[in-house]
Design a protein around this ligand. Structure first.
Ligand code: AMP
Length: 422
């Protein structure tokens, strides 16, 4: 029997992990600058936080969750997205009592039982930034700016921010009503999915990619025309902030995002190719001013977004001829003879203690083959322990470029070479 990874799940090997680490490092430095604290929530959460938060009519809850009953009778779900878990943590740890906004970021695995296709996995990774406690659109702009910066730092160009406001609990019902009455007379021409969305969540019809529905939605009423004054002003000042920062955006009246908790701002960031076509979204997010209350907290606004790590990593890999370079070992330890092999083990430990990364091939016995590896690894210095040196407790430090050598006592070799490479 040959075991394989389950459908839609994959091993992440070193060739991809270099991109994952690069993404994580960029997120970390962005988080430090904008003062977002990392949070790690459990992979399993109470199923209800997704049913109530993400929403019964979302694709995620309707079709894609891995949910099960534990032996103790609890209903748990393997997390399909990050925001509800973070809101749960915010409420559980009394974060409403600390100064606002409470800014958090995360990166980790998520699980959705999707139809396997290129770039869509059942286990994938996302990073996200969430800011809880402030209603001011300046927060929406900061979230957009952070994600824009991250993508730019990772080498993405021609980025475009697609933007919409889907209103709030006051004004959205009016829009839903006018949209439904527009769609009712045309419902026979909608795709099968949209026919069922008519009753459950007509806004999602605007998001439909089926050709049948494109024509119908192109003359549908637009949500921006039915915003209440609060939502209208919020959106207007968001656009002013974006103009001020020279961030490239375009209004997309069909952008509604698939999750029930969004209020007001929704956005996606994508890349425009040279011929002006847009690829799938890299980032998706928005404001969720009712979610904290829905999950049992005090009414508190919030805003955040998430990005797919695999998607970003795959694009980086396709485009970059060279993988990102990580700290390389610029020093190599080589040895000849049994005694030298034993002593070089201790030398490795000396190097580790002074925080000096070293390469080695201790299983090899021939000096020339060890030097070849050192050369392939672009080592600047090689520490050579020959038979004579091992007997005398000495080490040769060889500068690879010039071939210049010096001999130092074994016990100070690590410190000596560390001084040289500074
Ligand atoms: P969402 O949480 O659905 O708004 O998605 C945010 C980002 O996560 C998307 O832009 C995708 O890049 C990524 N993503 C979502 N679902 C998957 C999946 N099943 N496999 C890989 N990436 C995904």
């Amino acid at each position: 029997m040959k075991f394989q990874t389950p459908t839609g799940m994959h091993d992440i090997l070193e060739t991809d992990l270099v991109y994952f680490r690069k993404i994580e490092n960029v997120c970390e430095s962005m988080a430090r600058f904008y003062d977002f604290k990392e949070i790690r929530t459990p992979i399993l959460e109470d199923t209800q936080i997704f049913e109530k938060g993400t929403g019964q009519t979302s694709d995620i809850v309707e079709k894609e969750m891995y949910s099960f009953k534990t032996k103790g009778g609890d209903s748990l779900t393997v997390r399909p997205e990050g925001t509800p878990g973070i809101v749960r943590a915010y409420i559980q740890h009394g974060m409403q009592n600390i100064p606002k906004p409470v800014n958090m970021w995360y990166m980790g695995p998520f699980f959705r039982h999707e139809r396997p296709q290129a770039g869509r996995y059942r286990q994938f990774h996302q990073f996200g930034f969430e800011s809880l406690g402030v209603e001011d659109p300046v927060i929406d702009v900061l979230i957009i700016q952070i994600f824009y910066n991250i993508l730019q730092s990772l080498g993405f160009k021609n980025l475009i921010i697609e933007l919409n406001s889907i209103g709030c609990a006051q004004c959205r019902p009016y829009f839903k009503k006018s949209l439904t009455s527009y769609l009712r007379s045309r419902s026979a021409s909608l795709c099968a999915d949209c026919k069922s969305r008519m009753k459950k969540n007509p806004l999602r019809i605007l998001d439909c990619k089926q050709e049948k529905c494109q024509m119908i939605k192109s003359s549908a009423p637009q949500v921006l025309d039915s915003l209440c004054s609060g939502c209208h002003d919020h959106f207007k000042s968001l656009l002013e902030f974006l103009d001020e920062l020279d961030l490239p955006y375009s209004l997309n009246p069909y952008l509604v995002r698939g999750l029930d908790y969004y209020t007001r701002t929704v956005f996606e960031i994508m890349e425009e190719t040279d011929d002006g076509k847009q690829q799938g979204s890299l980032i998706g997010g928005g404001r969720y001013d009712d979610l904290i209350k829905t999950l049992g907290g005090k009414p508190t606004p919030g805003c955040g977004a998430a990005a797919g790590v695999e998607r970003i990593a795959n694009l980086m890999k396709q485009r970059q001829k060279k993988a990102p370079t990580e700290t390389t070992q610029s020093v190599f330890v080589a040895q000849v003879g049994e005694l030298a092999k034993k002593k070089s083990l201790k030398l490795l430990e000396d190097c580790r203690r002074v925080n000096l990364p070293v390469g080695h091939t201790l299983h090899k016995n021939s000096l020339s083959s060890q030097l070849r590896v050192a050369d392939q690894q672009n080592a600047t210095y090689v520490l050579i322990l020959g038979q004579k040196e091992a007997l005398e407790n000495k080490v040769i430090i060889r500068e690879m470029k010039t071939g210049k050598q010096s001999i130092v006592p074994l016990e100070s070799a690590a410190k000596e070479v560390k001084k040289k490479i500074k």
